[in-house]
Write a protein that binds this ligand. Structure first.
Ligand code: SF4
Length: 498
């Protein structure tokens, strides 16, 4: 039975029916260039990131190399996702029907506020004031922890890295490894400062840290009556949800509590079990570089005598149908959150995840967040520009999302500043005239001593300062090619290619 919240998805891919969503926890973040400038100056952060992303990259390449049919798997995954997205209304309705038949309850949420209100209402109805949580991008997107806190409900993150972030009063900076920006000794310090049950002599040995977190969480698992999760996949044919994870904390949250609430983005739908097979081959290799996930938990409604008695699924739009209406941008909804694009991105490796001001950092965040939230805020307007367009993200993406294509598409839609229009207009006029180009080159060469330091131009006067705010440029050469040609050959250059 469909409950509370919103309408059923009777719309098609080309008919957006929901307002662009909001991500309350990340509102008011500075634009990417400003946030990145501070991050790039943090040498410890850069060391942590370089070490972690390099290690993951190498392992992943090895795991992918073992499969000869990786390109075909990738194409199959892309085709399945595209098909599911094109028929989302049908598959979501089928999913709801099958969850309900299996004794579960489906709720529809148009946006983050609605999703959070539904979850808070369900927790209150279960007479609980604490929930244990499985790592979930969807609940980060909706700002669920903060909303529950306002409702007087404590949420306990049980994924080790999420726990570190939560205890450190921090934000995740990576999809798969949310605390990637912290090293071992920083984590030890967080545990010492925030865990009353941490042993006095706690070291920064990874096994010590994991054992401390395990002991800390065990009590919460055994006493919590409500679990909250996301889902990696939702199978329409059977109304099943699938969570894959590496630590086993998810299995505890999904099976021990009496009430289970899963917050799921509507794009997570797969038509059938046969489709899941493809993704269970792709996802572990592409994310953790494992051949299979250590823990894959699947549940379909309520199973007599086994697991939670009260099962709820909150299906969240929050900007997804608006994204679906964009023929180029909708491919971002294929994402399975493997994080491979983050680990190969030169911009992410230097700026880190916080600079993206969104729960989805890195290349996927640069195209997904502005589409889900709209490009109204400084951070969302800046995200499509947070890329060198090198294409490494597209190469590794297991569902073949052409991230550079979407970046360029979003850049073209971004409003152009007056100064930007003026600069491009002036450039076009100069490049169209060999005489004007020669004059401009002479001016640039002459001004070199004024604007350049040690071979680089770091600051230009307005309106060109918009360029040098976020990047520098090589100093103009002392002599242009045209001038060199004229001097050494005694004739003026042709202008063609000069
Ligand atoms: S965009 Fe592709 S590579 Fe990046 S997280 Fe999503 S599925 Fe993985």
């Amino acid at each position: 039975m469909s409950e509370r919240g919103t309408q059923r998805p009777g719309h098609t891919a080309s008919e957006p029916s929901a307002p662009v969503g909001s991500m309350p926890t990340y509102l008011g973040m500075p634009s990417f260039p400003h946030a990145a400038r501070a991050a790039v100056a943090d040498s410890q952060l850069r060391r942590n990131l370089t070490h972690a992303t390099t290690t993951i990259r190498v392992k992943r390449a090895r795991a992918i190399g073992e499969l000869e049919d990786w390109p075909r798997l990738r194409q199959a995954a892309k085709a399945i996702k595209d098909h599911a997205l094109a028929h989302l209304d049908t598959y979501l309705a089928r999913f709801e029907e099958n969850v309900t038949r299996a004794g579960g309850h489906v709720h529809w949420a148009r946006d983050a506020a609605e999703a959070n209100a539904i979850v808070a209402g369900l927790v209150t109805a279960a007479n609980a004031d604490t929930v244990v949580k499985v790592k979930s991008m969807a609940t980060q997107e909706t700002g669920l922890n903060e909303a529950l806190e306002q409702a007087g409900i404590t949420s306990v993150e049980t994924d080790l890295a999420e726990l570190i972030v939560q205890l450190g009063n921090d934000r995740p900076s990576h999809i798969l490894v949310p605390a990637i920006h912290k090293n071992r000794s920083e984590i030890r310090d967080i545990f010492r400062a925030t865990m009353p049950d941490a042993p006095p002599g706690l070291t920064d040995d990874p096994q010590d840290l994991a054992a401390t977190a395990r002991a800390h969480l065990r009590e919460r698992f055994l006493t919590a009556t409500v679990g909250v999760s996301g889902a990696n996949f939702a199978i329409a044919d059977t109304g099943s949800l699938v969570v894959v994870e590496s630590e086993g904390n998810g299995r505890m949250c999904l099976t021990l509590p009496q009430t289970l609430i899963s917050v799921v983005g509507i794009e997570k739908i797969l038509p059938s079990w046969r489709d899941l097979e493809v993704f269970l081959a792709l996802l572990p290799r592409s994310s953790t570089a494992e051949r299979m996930n250590p823990y894959t938990t699947v549940w379909s409604g309520v199973a007599p005598g086994d697991g939670p008695r009260d099962v709820h699924v909150v299906l969240v739009d929050n900007g997804r149908t608006a994204t679906l209406s964009d023929a180029t941008g909708r491919q971002a909804l294929r994402c399975i959150r493997c994080s491979a694009c983050l680990n190969v991105c030169p911009v992410y490796e230097r700026a880190g995840g916080h600079a993206y001001g969104s729960p989805y950092p890195g290349p996927i965040g640069a195209i997904l967040s502005p589409q889900l939230r709209g490009e109204g805020s400084p951070v969302d307007a800046s995200l499509p520009f947070a890329s060198s367009l090198c294409g490494a993200c597209y190469e590794v993406c297991p569902v073949a999302i052409n991230i550079p294509e979407v970046l360029v598409h979003l850049r073209a839609k971004a409003p152009k500043h007056l100064s930007e229009r003026a600069v491009f207009g002036l450039s076009a006029a100069i490049l169209a005239s060999p005489r004007a180009l020669a004059a401009a080159q002479r001016v640039a060469g002459a001004s070199k001593r004024i604007v350049a330091r040690r071979g680089r131009i770091r600051r230009l006067p307005p309106p060109l300062s918009a360029w040098t705010e976020t990047r520098d440029a090589p100093a103009p050469p002392p002599e242009s090619f045209r001038a060199w040609w004229a001097r050494t050959h005694g004739t003026a250059g042709t202008g063609n290619g000069s």
